[in-house]
Design a protein around this ligand. Structure first.
Ligand code: 4AD
Ligand code: MG
Length: 432
C-alpha cells in the first residue's frame, strides 16, 4: 500500500495512474448497483473515490456500500482524471478499509441553528467551520510574527483577578476561597505593570464578559489580544494598531485565499487593507450620523447600530478618536486640547462589522486617576497596586485590546461571531 497523502497534496500535483492512499472520513456516498461513489474528506479537501465490485475484496465493497457519512476510512487506489468529480480527479479503489464506523449522522443538509449548536462537536467538521479555524490560525500567526518583528514581548497575565478593568456590569464573579474574585475582562492593568521592565508587551488570553444581550458580536468568552507600550502616545499606538491589523490580514491572504472564497469573502476586498486608516473624531462621527438621520448628541455611545451605519460603505477599518470622557473607562488620559474628551481610539472594521479594537493613552496623573475612580465609586483597595505604577517612575504609555473573533468575523464575512470560535459561549449557551 502506498504511503498516505493529504487530499490537498494529491490534487495540487495530481499524478494520474499513480497509486494513492487517503485517510479520511466519508463526506457523502451514492451507489448504483455494483458501483459506489464515495466522496472522502480530510483536513485539506475532498476527493471522489469510485468503488467497483470486483476491484477489491467483497467485504470491502460491502463496507463502502454501507458506510454512513462520517465513517473513518483508509482508501487505496489509482488516480484518474474525471471532469465531473469535485477537484477533477477520482481514485478508483482497490482497497476500502473501514476504521471507525458511524451511527446515522445527526446533521443532515438543512438544519436549524439550534440543532447545529447542540451538535457543535460534530458540526465543527464541516468545511466552512474548518475554513474559519484555519483563517483564525493565520490571523494569530500574522499577529505574532508582526509583534515579534517589532520587539513586543509576549507575557502571561492572570485570569483570576480582583480588578474590574472594564466596569462592574459584565463581571463574572466567583468565590475565591473566602473572598470574591472575577474572571478577567482584560489583561490591561497587568500589562501596564509589565512595561516597566519590558517596555513593549502583549498577551493573548481569554477574556470574559457577562454580556446579557444576544447580539451577533458578543461572546461571553473571547480571545483577547492586548498590547501595551511605554513611551508612546495615543497617535503612536494607533500606528501600531493599523500596522498590526494589516499584517494579520496579509498573513490570511498569503495562506488562506481558498478558504476565504469558500466562505464567500473575495480576497480582493482584503487587499485594500493598508495603512494609514482614516481617523475621525467622535464629534465628527456624531455629526455624520446625525446627517444620516440618527438621533444622537455629544455624549451618546456608539453601539452596534451606529457603528454599522458609520462603516457600512467603508472598505478599510476606520479609527474613531476622542470619545467623551464620561462614556469611556477610568484609565483613559484626558486630552489637554479638548478636556471633555480622552485620548482614545476605537478601530471599526468596514462593511458594518464595527469595533474590533479599543485603545487609549493611559492617565498617568495620580490625582486625576484617583478622582476618576472615586467619581465612578470604584472601591479603591483593590486598585492600590495599580496606583503604585503612577507612584514609581510613571511614564507616558498607551495600549489596546483587539477581539480576535471580531477580526475573524469581519475577515471571513460571518453573520454571527459565534462561528468565529469552535465552542461558542454566549448568554444562551455553555454546551457543548
Ligand atoms: O473595548 P474593550 O472593552 O477594551 C478593553 O478591554 C481594554 N481594557 C483593552 C486594552 O486596552 N488592553 O475590549 C477590547 C476589544 C473590543 O474592541 C472587541 O474587539 C473585543 O475586545 N470585545 C469582545 N469580543 C467579543 N465578545 C465580547 N463580549 C467582547 N467585548 C469586547
Ligand atoms: Mg470598547
Amino acid at each position: 500500500m502506498s504511503p498516505p497523502r493529504k487530499i490537498g497534496r494529491i490534487l495540487a500535483s495530481p499524478a494520474v495512474g499513480q497509486e494513492e492512499t487517503v485517510q479520511g472520513w466519508v463526506y457523502r456516498t451514492r451507489s448504483s448497483g455494483a458501483i459506489v461513489y464515495a466522496v472522502v474528506r480530510d483536513s485539506t479537501g475532498i476527493i471522489q473515490v469510485t468503488v467497483k465490485k470486483g476491484n477489491l475484496p467483497e467485504e470491502e465493497f460491502e463496507a463502502a456500500k454501507a458506510a454512513p457519512v462520517e465513517s473513518s476510512v483508509i482508501v487505496t487506489g489509482k488516480l484518474f482524471e474525471d471532469k465531473r468529480a469535485p477537484g477533477g480527479f477520482e481514485i478508483k479503489a482497490s482497497g476500502f478499509k473501514l476504521v471507525g464506523g458511524a451511527m446515522p449522522f445527526p446533521i443532515t443538509e438543512y438544519q436549524s441553528e439550534e440543532l447545529l449548536l447542540d451538535n457543535r462537536h460534530l458540526w465543527i467538521r464541516s468545511r466552512e467551520q474548518a475554513a474559519v479555524m484555519k483563517v483564525k490560525a493565520s490571523v494569530l500567526e500574522g499577529a505574532r510574527a508582526w509583534l515579534k518583528a517589532n520587539d513586543f514581548i509576549e507575557v502571561t497575565p492572570p485570569i483570576l483577578t480582583q480588578n474590574a478593568c472594564e466596569g462592574g456590569v459584565t463581571l463574572f464573579k466567583l468565590k475565591y476561597f473566602d473572598r470574591e474574585a472575577y474572571l478577567s475582562q482584560s489583561a490591561q492593568m497587568y500589562l501596564e505593570a509589565l512595561i516597566f521592565s519590558l517596555d513593549r508587551v502583549y498577551s493573548l488570553t481569554p477574556s470574559f464578559r457577562a454580556e446579557k444581550s444576544r447580539t451577533t458580536r458578543h461572546l461571553t468568552e473571547y480571545w483577547h489580544l492586548e498590547l501595551e507600550e511605554a513611551w508612546t502616545d495615543n497617535a503612536g499606538n494607533m500606528e501600531v494598531q493599523e500596522n498590526l491589523v494589516t499584517a494579520m490580514v496579509e498573513q490570511v491572504l498569503q495562506d488562506r485565499q481558498e478558504e476565504l472564497r469558500l466562505l464567500g469573502r473575495d480576497p480582493a476586498d482584503l487587499r485594500e487593507v493598508r495603512p494609514p486608516f482614516k481617523r475621525v473624531r467622535y464629534s465628527q462621527a456624531i455629526e455624520a450620523l446625525r446627517a444620516q438621520g440618527l438621533d444622537l448628541s455629544f455624549g451618546s455611545d456608539l453601539g452596534a447600530v451606529e457603528e454599522r451605519a458609520f462603516t457600512a460603505n467603508e472598505k478599510v477599518p476606520v479609527f474613531v478618536t476622542n470619545f467623551p470622557k464620561e462614556i469611556k473607562a477610568f484609565y483613559m488620559k484626558e486630552d489637554p486640547e479638548e478636556p471633555s474628551t480622552v485620548k482614545c481610539a476605537d478601530m471599526l472594521a468596514p462593511e458594518g462589522y464595527g469595533e474590533i479594537i479599543g485603545g487609549s493613552e493611559r492617565e498617568t496623573d495620580l490625582d486625576k486617576l484617583v478622582e476618576r475612580l472615586q467619581a465612578l465609586e470604584i472601591p479603591m483597595e483593590a486598585y492600590q497596586w495599580y496606583l503604585d505604577l503612577r507612584r514609581f517612575g510613571s511614564v507616558p504609555h498607551s495600549g489596546f485590546g483587539l477581539g480576535i473573533e471580531r477580526v475573524v468575523r469581519w475577515v471571513c464575512r460571518l453573520e454571527h461571531i459565534r462561528d468565529a470560535v469552535p465552542f461558542p459561549r454566549t448568554v444562551a449557551r455553555c454546551y457543548p
